[in-house]
Design a protein around this ligand. Structure first.
Ligand SMILES: Nc1ncnc2c1ncn2[C@@H]1O[C@H](COP(=O)(O)OP(=O)(O)OP(=O)(O)O)[C@@H](O)[C@H]1O
Ligand SMILES: CCCCCCCCCCCCC/C=C/[C@@H](O)[C@H](CO)NC(C)=O
Ligand SMILES: [Ca+2]
Length: 502
């Protein structure tokens, strides 16, 4: 138990629980309580903010001689907690026992379940037995029973749960996800992520740290962070939704190679990353996009998306106004498309910064969680050395878009077709060309890859290289609050912390 501080203050929104404290004989015999005939006590458990966005559960015990007064305090504090209507009471939890370092089950049992129980949250826990178990299960359960769904795992596990929830919502509303222009029904049930994967990019980008206890506490206090979701189609077939990275070329090739090496755990990305870097393949294709004119931000902004972000709030208001004015009409059909043809080492479309422990600022540091846009990053063919310089900037403070071979656009929709599929479409009868398709006709020894790359969609591969993508503003909600401002005030606040304020 922490030492009892003086002059304390805790916002009720950050109290985890209040409990009557059973005093044992030893406790009764310390200090001034020794003189009391029968002391009474209650303990307040609260969120303690530490460095680097880490949250911990701390506690302080109040002692008192008057049993009635003590009970009144407990009662009053419990009533205050009852008034926190955004807090979940009943959660559905899916644990992937094989994600990341295969620690999902023990992380949940040792670090998370005791906190949920302290906060009086009831849970139904499902330990997944195979891929898509959680997704399929979400189509069957009585979803209205729950205040939220929690996934214990990595980005792939989050993606599964999100697909289950969105899919269920569309099915219940009779909406065909295969129609790329269908007015999708928003998903209001919040998703919590307990990070136990290999990259944990979605957790890191929305909380600021990949830490199971911090995430559990954000769930307990009932945080809510909306997230943009991209729908990905191939012609009139729905492929997937994406919230973090849609990557073709470099990140697609890493994923394809790393899937065969899952046994290596998170290290597989380093191994495949190195191999893919050495292969230096580039891909030809055409990318068309509609710029996101509704948002005031730019991918080159110096400021990042933080808790209470005004750019995301503005997008939310605009979205609401658009819905009022146009109903279900889709304005984007009428807006201009920009077309870019080229040879690319990487095409990355990110709905959020994609910050993760490997890349603390992410692939697009100024991308917003909930502004209804994605940042489309085009890395053109360049030397290995230049590409390495670009990759190194993922890991440091330098501007990763300040290269002649890198372009970045903020978009609300885009399409991609590879040169190979364009050629095949325009000349389907040219069998010789198709058979020759795997080799570069001009320079057999160069890195020009006539075969297609694969799309990496939040860590899952897509079956098609030709895709149409549309960003849906604030389409799902997480138990998170975005990354809190890391000001000097916050550092001071976390050092002295609530102990001194309570
Ligand atoms: N019991 C299971 N057995 C095999 N695969 C599973 C099981 N449960 C879930 N999966 C699948 O495992 C995939 C990867 O899981 P997860 O995202 O948790 O870990 P990861 O790939 O190591 O981390 P990251 O996605 O952050 O890189 C998910 O796409 C999910 O569909
Ligand atoms: C020589 C230095 C090279 C350093 C390069 C580091 C770059 C790391 C950037 C990782 C970006 C991750 C984006 C997130 C993708 C996830 O959706 C996905 C699934 O978890 N993870 C990966 C690795 O594809
Ligand atoms: Ca966005």
């Amino acid at each position: 138990m922490s030492p009892v501080p003086e002059n304390c203050f805790v916002p009720t929104s950050e109290i985890i629980a209040v409990e009557e404290t059973e005093l044992n004989k030893k406790q009764r015999n310390i200090g001034k309580w020794q003189k009391m005939a029968k002391p009474h006590a209650f303990t307040v458990y609260y969120v303690k903010k530490a460095r680097n966005h880490r949250w911990r559960c701390s506690d302080v015990t109040f002692w008192c001689v008057d049993e009635h007064l003590c009970n009144q305090w407990i009662q009053a504090l419990k009533e205050l907690l009852e008034m926190q209507k955004s807090r979940p009471k009943q959660l559905l939890v899916y644990i992937n026992p094989y994600g990341g370092k295969r620690q999902g089950k023990s992380i949940y049992e040792q670090k998370v379940a005791p906190l949920f129980s302290l906060a009086s949250i009831s849970t139904d826990v499902v330990i997944t037995e195979h891929a898509n178990h959680a997704k399929d299960n979400l189509f069957e359960v009585n979803i209205n029973k729950y205040d939220g769904v929690v996934c214990v795992g990595g980005d792939g596990m989050f993606s599964e749960v999100m697909h289950g929830l969105i899919g269920r919502m569309q099915k219940d509303s009779g909406i065909d996800q295969n129609n790329p222009k269908a007015p999708l029904v928003q998903c209001n049930i919040r998703i919590g992520i307990i990070p136990a994967g290999s990259t944990d990019c979605i957790c890191y980008s929305t909380v600021g740290i990949s830490d199971p206890v911090t995430s559990a506490l954000h769930i307990i206090v009932g945080d809510c962070q909306p997230l943009d979701v991209s729908s990905v189609h191939h012609n009139n077939t729905f492929l997937k939704y994406s919230v973090s990275l849609l990557g073709y070329g470099f990140y697609g090739d890493i994923l394809k190679d790393s899937e065969k090496k899952r046994w290596m755990g998170p290290m597989r990305y380093d191994y495949s990353g190195f191999k893919t870097f050495l292969s230096h393949h580039y891909y030809e294709g055409t990318i068309s996009f509609q710029p996101a004119k509704h948002t005031v931000g730019s991918p080159r902004d110096k400021d990042s998306c933080r808790t209470g972000c005004y750019i995301c709030k503005k997008s939310e208001q605009q979205l609401a106004e658009q819905h009022k004015e146009c109903g279900l009409k889709h304005e984007e059909d009428e807006e201009e498309w920009k077309v870019i043809k080229g040879k690319f080492l990487a095409i990355n479309a990110v709905n959020m910064s994609c910050a993760c422990p490997r890349s603390p600022k992410g692939l697009s540091p100024a991308a917003h969680l909930a502004d209804g846009s994605a940042d489309l990053i085009l890395v053109r063919k360049c030397s290995r050395f230049d590409f390495l310089r670009y990759l190194v900037r993922h890991t440091n403070q330098d501007d990763q878009f300040d290269f002649s071979f890198v372009d970045v656009y903020r978009v609300k929709s885009f399409q991609f077709t590879s040169k190979l599929s364009e050629d095949n479409e325009s000349n389907v009868t040219d069998i010789g060309k198709k058979r020759f398709g795997q080799f570069c006709r001009d320079h057999p020894a160069c890195c020009c890859n006539i075969a297609n790359s694969t799309w990496n969609c939040d860590g899952e591969t897509l079956d098609s290289s030709a895709i149409q993508v549309r960003v849906h503003c604030q389409f799902v909600k997480l138990f998170a609050r975005g990354i809190e401002e890391n000001s000097k005030d916050e550092a001071a606040y976390s050092q002295s912390s609530i102990e001194q304020l309570l």
